[in-house]
Design a protein around this ligand. Sequence first.
Ligand code: DAK
Length: 261
Amino acid sequence: MAYGENVLMEIDDGIAVITINRPKALNALNIDTLNELKSAALAADAAKNVKVIIITGAGSKSFVAGADIAQMRDLKVLEGRQMTMLGQTVFGIIDNLDKPVIAAVNGFALGGGCELAMACDIRIAAETAKFGQPEVNLGIIPGFAGTQRLARLIGKGRAKYYIFTGYMMTATEALELGLADKIVKAEELLDVCRDIAKTIISKAPVAVMMAKKSVNHGLDMDLASGVAYEAEAYTTCFTTGDRVEGMSAFLEKRKANFIGE
Ligand code: DAK
């Protein structure tokens, strides 16, 4: 499925901004939106003119207020399972894209919205953002990997506290817990995310990609295996011309000109 209705994408200056575009439903994720998000994310990852991806929600109130409850209510058991599998697959794709992904959390990031933000590499929150996993209010549990990613990000006990109660976190609480990485004024959110993206773009692309793979895969392994994986990722960086360029530029006291090879 293509994107362009429920999910928009604009590419400028090496940055793809993907916007979940259902503001009347607070950008809730229905099946079509998940499929469009998958297409947009894969297209951005494959596009030569994209170096960093930003994901945000349309409007000023909500990033994503969760999976679409109206659609979910009428699903039969196996359809519900398919929707969970779809969401887990799409968010797994986002987590494992070669390019860095920044979540610009511009409001409610609840349920599937919190899970989407957690599938991104970095979360920048507007002061007005609210995070939470309120699925227990609906008789379900987080179904797009929230029980897994939240526990990995903020710890087992605190993840259970928020998942069992459905309590919302303010942006400040999310920052203290390590769920948000930075808080900014709402009106500055996209500019700050673009500035962070530009900083990342100025670095050696293969090094950034290998750092992402090393952190992601390493966290799924024991320490010794993660360290061994890091050594291989490090060695891959050593094979690039950008490694020689970066080190030469430092010694010659000039700015490095990275080409991504
Ligand atoms: N789905 C569908 N519509 C939603 C929605 C959602 N998640 N959230 C909000 N809306 C709609 C509202 O119904 C309302 O529509 P109209 O009445 O105007 O037609 C409109 O957006 C504006 O919302 P409110 O009028 O409620 O706005 P308020 O400012 O009063 O409240 C709120 C904002 C975010 C606090 C409130 O809307 C809210 O509590 N929303 C629901 C948040 C939530 O519970 N999110 C978690 C969804 S569950 C699985 C698959 C997936 C998942 C789990 C399992 N399987 C299939 C097993 C994941 C689940 C979730 O994400």
